[in-house]
Design a protein around this ligand. Sequence first.
Ligand SMILES: CCCCCCCCCCCCC[C@H](O)CC(=O)SCCNC(=O)CCNC(=O)[C@H](O)C(C)(C)COP(=O)(O)OP(=O)(O)OC[C@H]1O[C@@H](n2cnc3c(N)ncnc32)[C@H](O)[C@@H]1OP(=O)(O)O
Length: 269
Amino acid sequence: MSAGGTGTAPVLLERREGDTAIITLNRPTKGNALDHELISALEEFAARLQASVDDPPHAVVLMGAGDRAFSAGADIHNLVGLDEKSATDQMLRGQAVFGMLEDAPQVVIAAVNGVALGGGLELAMACDIRIAAPHARLGQPEITLGNLPGWGGTQRLPRLIGEGRALELILTGEPIGASEAHRLGLVNQVADDPVSAAIALAQRITAHSAFAVARAKKAVYAGMRDGIRAGLEIEAALVGECAVSPEQRAAVQAFFDRKKSTTTNKEPT
Ligand SMILES: CCCCCCCCCCCCC[C@H](O)CC(=O)SCCNC(=O)CCNC(=O)[C@H](O)C(C)(C)COP(=O)(O)OP(=O)(O)OC[C@H]1O[C@@H](n2cnc3c(N)ncnc32)[C@H](O)[C@@H]1OP(=O)(O)O
């Protein structure tokens, strides 16, 4: 993965557990803050998810190095000295990289093993599913820096927890704990070991057709983006693609074979 400058550790680490790629944001002394180098490394990884590479992962687990931070957000040093256009351009770039993860054909699960603040929470929300450690704290503190979330937080947070609760978090800048995040639906689970829980969930998903998983993700996001009417049409079209897939054919045959073998087992002795 991307080297961390002259001889330093790579800012993004990748390892595999079966079909699952485990990606680690690797700037632990800086709260795994997202600087240019780390955003570029995420971009390169996300691009590989879409490419037809050998032995692609069927799931992704994203975590932060250490146990204090998933990510403390954009590297605040990079906020200094930006003119309006470059600030806007960098928002758009980060949004595009996060969108590549959301559009990946694989399920992407954020193991929130510490704070997820600002761009760190926005990155976690661009993942499909979030599993948080009990000590995790999640928030959008941008208002405390005189700004607002710029990498999708104003769009994804309301869709996950409702406008009122999203505005409370964005306008106060105050973080919430893992159990409150779970109560609000911002995270799917709270687990003592969120990385292991994420890998276990990934394996439950990779047991199914990758072809269907990709299309189920696409259908869900289509409706959230384009409205229910468009979403229903896209859903129907994607079901059609699966209906003629070898994966569905094999899965349905396996169901009938299982019924046959169950019937055989029931014959009188
Ligand atoms: C498209 C490419 C652009 C890539 C770069 C970005 C360019 C500009 C574009 C910005 C887009 C922004 C979009 C986003 O919505 C906005 C943000 O994310 S703003 C940042 C929001 N995050 C925060 O405000 C959190 C700030 N940090 C903290 O509150 C605390 O550090 C903590 C996380 C609660 C941890 O506290 P402690 O345990 O006490 O530890 P320290 O505070 O001592 O931190 C340890 C160490 O890490 C450094 N650090 C922590 N957070 C950041 C950070 N966000 N950026 C940079 N560095 C950070 C901290 O300075 C310490 O380092 P040290 O001082 O020891 O060198």
